[in-house]
Design a protein around this ligand. Structure first.
Ligand code: NAD
Length: 251
């Protein structure tokens, strides 16, 4: 089998309805995977499923709020019922908002952690027993450059949620490595998606001028990195943070 092939593999992508999650799902399918598309906007993810695979044989759209453990369990149960296995999960679902630190409330902070961090924990913990029984699997989580550097634009809670994902994923790498399970993060820089559509031209221009590759990222830039980490191409890679950010972060 070619190293980047996902043939005969089942992958789960959260937040698959648009942006980076959509691109990751499409790229995994193009590499031969069957893909479960999870998102809390069902019509959006059903549309994506139809667009990606009219036959419906290689995709399952599922309505899931990743912050709700029961919904995650039901979805993972359906995927196992349908395809019998899970080889990779990409924890991509996430939210972002800008609120100055001095105005931030506990509720806003908790909501952010509930989706970005707890959601990653729910989905990953739920698929791990399946991966253990299969003798291995790959866990990927979408962190962020902001999760390493912090934020000066009113996203302290977002940065905290993305930063905490890193030691969580590294703990999975350490604890589950002997069971053949690998776990890695991707730290995207600024990527052009609906999430960042509200960012001003001036801010984007200033940002891109400050990074070595001098352009904003595309969802496909992240998708190719995700396929690397899901597939056998990265068989000796675990516990890493792969920064896909045009050189904004070098560590
Ligand atoms: N776009 C960027 O510049 C950037 C940079 C760094 C990291 N990221 C991260 O990449 C991931 C994808 O970002 P994007 O730009 O594609 O965002 P997006 O807003 O365009 O898409 C996010 C998707 O996640 C889904 N989602 C949100 N909350 C959910 C929940 N509770 N349960 C299930 N689905 C949920 C949304 O419905 C949406 O389809 C996020 O985790 C984000 O934090 C994005």
């Amino acid at each position: 089998m070619k190293p980047y092939s996902m043939h005969n593999q089942v992958a789960v992508v959260t937040g698959a309805g648009r942006g980076i999650g959509f691109a990751i799902s499409r790229t995994l399918l193009n590499h031969g995977a069957k893909v479960a598309l999870l998102d809390y906007h069902l019509p959006q993810v059903e549309e994506v499923a139809l667009l990606l695979d009219k036959s419906g044989e290689n995709v399952i759209p599922l309505k899931v709020d990743v912050s709700e453990q029961k919904q995650v369990e039901n979805a993972i149960g359906k995927i196992k019922e349908t395809w019998g296995r899970i080889d990779a999960i990409v924890n991509n679902a996430g939210v972002h908002e800008l609120i100055p630190l001095l105005e931030l409330t506990d509720l806003q902070f908790e909501r952010m952690l509930g989706i970005n961090l707890l959601g990653t924990y729910h989905c990953t913990q739920t698929v791990l027993p399946t991966m253990v029984s299969q003798g291995g699997g790959s866990v990927v989580a979408i962190s962020s450059v902001a999760g390493v550097l912090g934020s000066k634009i009113g996203a302290a809670h977002y940065s905290a949620s993305k930063g905490a994902i890193i030691p969580f994923i590294r703990s999975i790498a350490r604890e589950m490595g002997p069971s053949g399970i690998r776990a890695n993060c991707i730290a995207p820089g600024l990527i052009s998606t609906p999430m960042t559509a509200g960012f001003g031209e001036f801010e984007i221009d200033a940002y891109t001028k400050g990074i070595p590759l001098a352009r904003i990222g595309k969802p496909e830039d992240i998708a190719d990195a995700a396929v690397f980490l899901c597939s056998n191409a990265s068989r000796y890679v675990t516990g890493q943070v792969l920064s896909v950010c045009g050189g904004a972060l070098m560590a």
